[in-house]
Write a protein that binds this ligand. Structure first.
Ligand code: ACM
Ligand code: ZN
Length: 554
């Protein structure tokens, strides 16, 4: 076989592969394409070199400093199960002399690589992982693993595999700092193991924000020590709508919640993967499970049961009683202790005003505070919570319904009802996370032909549409665009009851989101992405992820 000898430099900016080698022959180009690694998300700059890098049992892992020794162990853990090669990890002195994989931080590269970028230089006998921070090194490891055969992801020894990667130089930085996925644990409960698997998938795609929707009408999933009934009562519903017939219940009690130990375990697991966990505690709406425990926090006094039907429920926290705010303070005090993220998401979406209109206490609040109407009362509610959280070093995030003229700029807005809310918020000086239903709602069907598809909430969001998403709307000036922190995929789970189904809905549409938020803006050729995705699906298959294979008829 003709060997690939020309040093062929491929700068992958978008769909165009600019072969910068001097006069490469057609043959070389063909070979180059065969060995060009199929990476997702596509890095900024890839220079293919001649030759092959072969992982062998003699390899060692050298880690420059004890401060990120953990990353050496993590890299080892990503390689050892499939290869059964017992790599030594050398930390500190002698690290740079090892033959094999070397992890090194140079803080002077902060200007070039930022907090999350990296350089990866893979040569025949070594691979150098270089970044300005441990996070950058973590992402270099993700890329390195994608260079190896997909079987590297196997959890058992794979015999007869030649563990080769192309010799290559990669320099990579993300486009956005917020690269997220949201999971709704309220409608259905997902085990700690299922969430860890989800976090692993996110990390492999260099995603770094796990927005965890923890409270809903149909279930309160977070243990609060000061309020044990929230999970004793609020985490269980008497039945669930039948998947194929949303107006009828299945008659089966359903429940589940996360203990505080579970939460700490998940937060730590995520942190090891450089993922921030942002809890969402919904208010003033989507709170019927809490009202089932505390009917006195409603406008009518109840009684209520944990909701057994989906949709938007009318009973919400009464904004007229201070008890509501005392209760939320008790909850958020513990949320604050559990989650180190600088943000707490307080929901704010889909809060019907019917009860507030008929409630004496809410009407008195409107009068006392000189508010115009119930819409202003909602803004007042959000502002009160924001003040409380800001005094405790936390910023709020809310769905785009929180946007209001009076909202102080340090509230971050999550644009879901299209991108208009995000545009308005960015123009008002708010940070924005884009997650419009049009491109980011992963609970929608992925095919026009829904026959043979598992249930979905409705809608139609094929992979191609997700891939076409652009988080920065053309309406924004360059300065305003600085407020777009990034984007996220939302996995709402009314119709998703199992981890398998959750994975089916999340991947590969999550791969498309990962590329939108990590890769350069002009990396947008869906056909070219599809070629890389085919190789990427082989990786997910080895990992046992229940992704949905895209079809041309989608
Ligand atoms: C939402 O989908 N209600 C934020
Ligand atoms: Zn009220």
């Amino acid at each position: 076989m003709q060997m690939f000898r020309t040093v062929c430099v491929l700068v992958l900016a978008g769909m165009s592969f600019a072969a910068v080698s001097s006069n490469p022959s057609v043959q070389d180009e063909v070979v180059a394409d065969e060995i060009t690694p199929k990476l997702i998300p596509q890095p900024r700059k890839v220079e293919l070199q001649t030759g092959k890098h072969r992982l062998t049992p003699e390899f060692r892992i050298g880690v420059e400093s004890r401060q990120f020794a953990q990353l050496g162990k993590y890299l080892r853990s990503r390689l050892i199960l499939a290869t059964n090669y017992d790599f030594d990890v050398v930390v500190g002195e002698g690290w740079s002399k090892v033959s094999g994989l070397r992890l090194h931080i140079d803080e002077r590269l902060l200007d070039t690589l930022g907090e999350e970028g990296y350089r990866l230089t893979v040569s025949k006998r070594n691979a150098e992982f270089l970044a300005a921070t441990p996070t950058g090194l973590f992402y270099a490891i993700q890329t390195y693993c994608q260079l190896l055969p997909p079987e590297i992801g196997a959890k058992s020894v794979q015999r007869g595999i030649d563990w080769v990667a192309p010799c290559i130089k990669i320099e990579d930085v993300p486009r956005f700092g917020w690269r997220g996925m949201m999971l709704d644990s309220g409608r259905h409960f997902f085990s700690v193991d299922a969430i860890k698997a989800f976090l692993d998938q996110m990390a492999r795609h260099k995603m770094n924000r796990f927005h965890w929707h923890l409270t809903e009408d149909q279930g309160w999933r977070l243990a609060i020590r000061a309020e044990p009934k929230l999970t004793e009562v609020g985490a269980r519903r008497s039945e669930t709508p039948i998947l194929s017939d949303r107006n009828n219940g299945d008659g089966q009690p359903y429940g589940g919640f996360y203990s505080q130990e579970d939460v700490r375990e998940i937060v730590a697991y995520a942190a090891e993967r450089h993922i921030m966990v942002i809890p969402e505690i919904e208010m003033p709406g989507h709170c019927q499970a809490a009202l089932a425990v505390h009917p006195e926090l409603s406008c009518t006094g109840g009684p209520f049961e944990v909701a057994t039907r989906w949709g938007v429920h009318r009973d919400v926290y009464c904004a007229g009683t201070d008890e509501t705010f005392h209760f939320l303070a008790r909850v958020l005090t513990e949320v604050h202790d559990l989650f180190p993220a600088p943000y707490i998401h307080i929901g704010g979406d889909e809060c019907p005003k019917d009860r507030w209109k008929d409630c004496e206490r809410c009407q008195k609040r409107i009068a006392d505070e000189g508010l115009e109407d119930e819409t202003e009362l909602q803004a007042w509610f959000i502002q009160r919570m924001k003040t409380w959280l800001n005094a405790r070093d936390r910023q709020i995030i809310g769905w785009d319904e929180i946007l209001h003229d009076e909202l102080a700029p340090n509230a971050t807005v999550m644009s879901w009802r299209g991108v208009q809310g995000g545009i308005a918020a960015a123009k008002q000086g708010h940070d924005v996370i884009m997650s419009p239903t049009s491109h980011c709602y992963l609970d929608y069907f992925q095919s026009k032909n829904t026959e043979g598809e598992p249930p979905a909430i409705g809608g139609y969001l094929p992979l191609k549409t997700v891939y076409a998403f652009e988080p920065i709307p053309a309406e924004l000036t360059e300065d305003e665009a600085q407020h777009i922190l990034g984007a996220q995929g939302n996995v709402w789970t009314e119709y998703i009851a199992t981890p398998e189904h959750m994975e089916y809905m999340s991947w590969p549409r999550g791969c498309a989101i990962a590329e939108r938020v990590w890769s350069a803006k002009d990396v947008r050729d869906f056909d070219e992405f599809s070629v890389r995705l085919e190789a990427h699906l082989a990786r997910m298959k080895v990992l046992g992820v229940n992704f949905r294979a895209p079809k041309t008829t989608d």
